[in-house]
Design a protein around this ligand. Structure first.
Ligand code: UGA
Length: 677
């Protein structure tokens, strides 16, 4: 082992870890330490061992279970490496480790970033029917797979490729990519290329579990085939259950080119062979079907298992519970983030309505989502019978997200707020109760009004609004009354209690909150074109910083909010929709981030200092001034405010197994990131 070359501490696992480690060695990099994982006894280990490679090359290696341990930090610190590399290492590395490398920390990620950030990108890409993916070497930052791109290389995904096959191509791609770029990186650590990684154009995906391989035979055959390709062995496989409860997994299969047939969807035996019929009647020819002991199941034995011998065609169509959501206000701030997440990470169906579609047009036009998304453009108040039909006949979960949610409108147009937020939504609540469907309703942090509690608790805090002439509280009281109505519909002494969950977002922020120009994310025809001073505070400040104008601190800016990144909010909302073991039924959840509690003045300063770090905003931000104005003057006489709004999220965390993770600094940086392109 040479020890004179530039040094790198390497975090590595899996085949890509092995191949890239070997590239570093071949290019003369000195590796004083490798950090890898112990193989998990519950995982099929089909890939090469980084630990073995280290042993062969006499490289010291460790397998810590906590990448945040002070011990690991001090080991890396002591080595003072020039580079840190991460090659398929499974933990997110803390920034204090990343900062130890003088010429930066770099990660090899298996996708064409910014697409498919996060976990198991190859499997997700195949699942979504992508025809291309790739390898990206990028700078590591606190946020996963979000740093600048150093180099990237594409590989094709052919129509019948499994994720395993694509992974093989990517291992070679990673090796090529690193071999080519390494000399430049080693020669001059300050001249390493850095291309924008525009994460707003990609998505983050979570891990996958064997359970996620369950086949929904009502889906088109191509989708089922994509699932099979995405998880085919050596991954855990796409599986289905016979009526007797036996689990069968597809080993090998091909999508048939035959015309759709009229057979029932499900597993069948046809002409002596095993086939799977999709919801569109198209067929998958199954060459290898495995039982739970990994033994091959023949067509004959399948026929026997189905207890339907001597028939030409045998069908088992186990239908699985899937979800069909009705989202009203699907183009709004929460609506469009939720829609994206649902389409990208589940097999659920969505019917959506909104006045506009500018935030979701790419989803509406996406080929892969055509069969799962129905969008109707229109005003909910003008399409009551359409909504009723959707609730009654098509959807099982209703999310009425259409609302006016900007304080200026509460002050100036309280009746519009009442008409949409209460009256129009009441009709939807009633229909949902009448047809026995599940309701997930957006209450609001505003219901707590000027409550004096240190943190607001859905079960114990009082809801405190000011006098009637303070029209600011129309939103709060409309939502409060609706919460009470929904609660009453859900009471156990009703003949058919409503299955509901109320969630209370606490100052969610993120891309697409309010438009910088029109600045309201409203779904009422009366209220969608306000002046630029009617957005919520982050949008307001953003617009003013970009203009190099004046940031207004209302009433001095000492009032505080707990700003919550929309991705954290959507994470919890997804769990509410999943409603595992019905735990969320009949509950009210605060969804906010108490860690991000800060004053509006602090927010203004943070946004200004963040803007100054972006070359394109430095000039405007240096011209931006902070001024103070009285609330009545800024919003009107009907304005009144709350000094502090901290959510108590104990119950939310406990029931959902969730906690918010995005810091205010990261959330604000992302707002500017989104604009810097
Ligand atoms: C918001 C809105 O009512 C809803 O979006 C929502 O129900 C709720 O809070 C929430 O997101 O949880 P609020 O936080 O008062 O209410 O509204 P913002 O417009 O975001 O204002 C936050 C604070 O900043 C207020 O104290 C306001 O006076 C102040 N502000 C706002 C300024 O100092 N300057 C501005 O230019 C704008």
């Amino acid at each position: 082992m040479g020890s004179l070359g530039p040094s790198a501490v390497v975090f590595a696992y899996h085949n890509i870890g092995v191949r890239c480690l070997k590239v570093l060695l071949a290019r003369g990099v000195h590796i004083p330490l490798v950090i890898t994982h112990e193989d998990s006894p519950s995982e099929t280990i089909w890939f090469d061992s980084v630990a073995d490679t280290c042993r062969e090359h006499s490289i010291p290696f460790i397998t810590p279970t906590n990448p945040k341990s002070p011990d690991l930090l001090s080991q890396v610190q002591a080595l003072r490496p020039e580079f840190i590399f991460s090659f398929y290492y499974r933990y997110i590395l803390p920034t204090n480790i990343l900062q130890q490398a003088r010429h930066g920390a770099y990660n090899m990620h298996g996708s064409l970033l910014p697409k498919y950030r996060g976990r198991v990108p190859v499997n997700w890409a195949v699942l979504h029917g992508e025809t291309e993916t790739g390898m990206t070497l990028h700078e590591m930052t606190a946020k996963p797979d979000a740093g600048a791109i150093v180099a990237q290389i594409a590989v094709p995904i052919l129509p019948d490729d499994t994720a395993f096959e694509v992974f093989g191509k990517l291992s070679v791609a990673a090796e090529n990519l690193l071999w080519d770029i390494l000399p430049r990186m080693l020669e001059d650590g300050d001249a390493i290329p850095r291309f924008t990684n525009d994460i707003s154009r990609g998505s983050y995906f979570g891990g996958r579990k064997p359970e996620d391989g369950r086949i929904d035979w009502s889906r088109p055959a191509q989708e089922v085939y994509n699932l099979h390709r995405a998880v085919a062995p050596p991954y855990p496989g796409a599986w289905t259950e016979l009526p007797c409860g036996k689990r069968l997994t597809i080993g090998k299969a091909r999508l048939s080119t035959r015309e759709p047939c009229s057979l029932e969807p499900g597993l069948s035996v046809l002409d002596g062979g095993i086939v799977g019929i999709g919801g569109d009647g198209r067929m998958i020819v199954i060459h290898q079907l495995l039982d739970s002991d990994q033994q091959l199941v023949s067509a004959y034995s399948l026929a026997r298992k189905l207890a339907l011998q001597n028939t030409h065609v045998l069908c088992a169509a186990p239908s699985i519970p899937t979800k069909h959501l009705l989202i009203l206000g699907v183009n709004g701030f929460i609506g469009h983030h939720l829609l994206k997440r649902v389409l990208e990470t589940t097999t659920w169906r969505v019917t959506g309505m909104d006045l506009d579609n500018h935030r979701i047009s790419s989803l509406i036009n996406h080929q892969a989502y055509r069969s799962r998304l129905v969008f109707k453009q229109g005003d909910m108040t003008a399409h009551a019978s359409w909504i009723d039909d959707q609730i009654k006949n098509h959807c099982d979960i209703v999310l009425p997200l259409a609302a006016i949610a900007t304080p200026r409108t509460y002050v100036e147009e309280p009746l519009s707020v009442f008409e949409l937020d209460f009256e129009a939504n009441l009709a939807v609540v009633r229909q949902t109760a009448k047809h026995g469907k599940r309701l997930i309703f957006p209450s609001t942090s505003e219901v707590y009004g000027m409550c004096g509690d240190g943190d607001f608790n859905p079960d114990t805090s009082d809801l405190v609004c000011g006098p009637i002439h303070k029209t600011r509280w129309m939103y709060s009281s409309s939502k409060q009354l609706m919460d009470r109505v929904i609660w009453a519909y859900g009471m156990a002494n009703n003949k058919h209690p409503l299955d509901f969950t109320l969630f209370r977002p606490f100052n969610w922020i993120g891309t697409g909150l309010d438009s910088l120009r029109h600045s309201t994310s409203v779904t009422s025809k009366n209220c969608d074109d306000k002046t630029s001073s009617s957005s919520r505070v982050t949008t307001q400040f953003l617009g003013q910083i970009l203009d190099g104008g004046e940031i207004t601190l209302v009433n001095g800016g000492a009032q505080k909010r707990s700003f919550t990144h929309v991705n954290d909010g959507i994470d919890s909302l997804m769990k509410i929709i999943e409603n595992k073991d019905n735990v969320t039924t009949g509950k009210i959840y605060n969804i906010g981030n108490p860690q991000n509690n800060c004053s509006i003045r602090e927010l203004a300063n943070l946004m200004l200092s963040t803007a100054s770090e972006f070359p394109e905003f430095t000039d405007a931000s240096s011209r931006t001034r902070i001024i103070e104005r009285d609330g009545a003057e800024y919003y009107g006489e009907g304005y009144q405010d709350v000094g502090r709004r901290v959510p108590n999220i104990d119950q939310t965390c406990e029931d959902l197994g969730w906690r918010p993770e995005v810091s205010l600094e990261e959330a604000v940086r992302e707002l500017f990131d989104g604009l810097s392109r």
